[in-house]
Design a protein around this ligand. Structure first.
Ligand code: GAL
Length: 421
């Protein structure tokens, strides 16, 4: 299958994109591939439920095209991104791949691996339908290279209400200090690992949440634009507090992906988990309803956002089919179907909210009224090499506990990669 694709590989021109925006227009060309390989890391549970909903829309929208599941499991694309790298290097690209909106795509744009989607983006009315800030986040040198499917919030804490109430904790903590107090209280009540945590990138999420509490939204964002130094004393204090919180997490954190960490919460072995709001769909997939959520203590109205988006690879074997996939992703019904299952909110402001939970409705309101801040762990703030360096530094700290080394490594990563934003 892939070799047929490679034989058909051609660089996609802007003109081809416009032609392709009338889906299925090339059906009479027998030599054209009709399989669209969509590369994601949504392999199971709530993530797969979201993907399946999008695939059903694609089948209805793009007659004559067949979805091929190019999926590589592993939260936040930790494995998929490596496989994608290798495939792109070997000139074996999928037709379209999942990426986070923002800085994460910069290197692939520089390498000419993704097509300019500006003309299609405009013809589908996305410039009007998406919030201005998101369009800005997607724009690189005046061009658009990916189409967002939905927006997730990263800085959310998920609870096991039974575990908390057994320890006498009935309200969400209002500050970081109170949160640490609750972790201590849970431990004293016999909960060995009050905070469920997973591997490196989930640890980066936790550090980002702590940094956001201590620096505030503006100075937090400045860490990624160069206006806030990583060497400052507030960062030192945040790392110290992060280290304290880490002591209340499960000792096997470095070997767990996020759904396995979530399992600790579901099984009543932990009281809290910090995770993006894809956690809701996974909890539903596991039939667990005994939870609540709150924004990470001290984050105020900061909405740490990330947007799952799709690209068109320049080497796509089936650019017409892939463009039809993107058109489904971009459409209001596509976003309604996908986000209702995935737990995110539509990137479009005009998508119907039918089938959405109360949490999603409230999050959509927060997205409008809150202060948007980007995420490094999920690519809206950091380029991919920066993200990799930060993940590695957090993984090392998890074993060594050396705060000075962590701060130096994070400062060095910022210094090395900040020019690329
Ligand atoms: C994020 C992605 C989400 C979810 C999560 C866990 O990076 O944007 O959609 O899949 O990883 O895998």
């Amino acid at each position: 299958m892939r070799s047929t694709r490679r034989a058909l590989t051609a660089v996609v021109s802007a003109a081809a994109l416009l032609v392709a925006s009338a889906c299925g227009s090339g059906d009479d060309d027998e030599s054209r591939a009709t399989t669209v390989e969509v590369f994601t890391w949504w392999a199971e549970g709530g993530e797969k439920a979201g993907l399946d909903a999008l695939v059903a829309r694609f089948a209805a929208d793009c007659a004559g095209q067949t979805f091929e599941n190019g999926v590589v499991a592993g939260g936040a694309g930790i494995n998929a991104k490596q496989v994608l790298d290798a495939r792109l290097r070997q000139n074996d690209p999928p037709d379209t791949f999942q990426v986070h909106a923002g800085a994460e795509l910069l290197d692939r744009i520089d390498a000419g691996q993704v097509a300019d989607l500006t003309a299609a983006f405009d013809s589908w009315g996305l410039r009007e339908a998406l919030p201005d800030g998101l369009v800005e986040g997607l724009t690189v040198n005046g061009k658009i290279y990916s189409v967002p499917a939905g927006v997730h919030r990263a800085n959310v804490v998920w609870t096991n209400d039974q575990v908390l109430s057994d320890a006498g904790i009935l309200l969400p903590p209002k500050s970081l200090a109170e949160f640490v107090g609750n972790l201590k209280r849970l431990r004293a009540a016999g909960v060995e690992s009050p905070l469920a945590l997973g591997r490196d990138w989930t640890q980066l999420m936790l550090l980002e949440a702590v940094l956001l509490s201590e620096l505030g939204p503006q100075r937090f964002t400045g860490l990624f634009t160069g206006t806030t130094p990583w060497t400052g004393t507030v960062v030192t204090k945040a790392i110290k507090d992060y280290g304290t919180i880490l002591e209340y997490s499960n000792a096997d954190r470095d070997s767990l992906d996020w759904p396995q960490a979530q399992r600790l919460l579901i099984d009543g072995k932990a009281g809290y988990q910090l995770m993006g709001d894809w956690a809701a769909a996974e909890l539903t997939a596991n039939s667990f309803a005994g939870y609540d959520t709150f924004v990470f203590p001290g984050n105020g109205t900061a909405f740490q956002w990330l947007a799952d988006s799709f690209t068109l690879t320049t080497g796509a074997a089936n650019p017409d089919g892939a463009t039809c996939w993107l058109r489904t992703v971009a459409s209001a019904p596509g976003q309604q179907a996908f986000n209702a299952r995935k737990g995110s909110i539509p990137a479009r402001t005009d998508a119907p909210t039918e089938g959405f939970t109360d949490y999603q409705i409230a999050t959509a309101a927060d997205w409008k009224s809150g202060l948007p801040v980007p995420s490094c762990a999920h690519g809206s703030a950091c380029s991919q090499p920066w993200q990799n360096a930060a993940n590695a530094a957090l993984g090392a700290f998890s074993t060594s506990g050396d705060a000075g080394v962590l701060q130096s490594a994070l400062a060095a990563a910022a210094k090395q990669f900040i020019r690329r934003q």
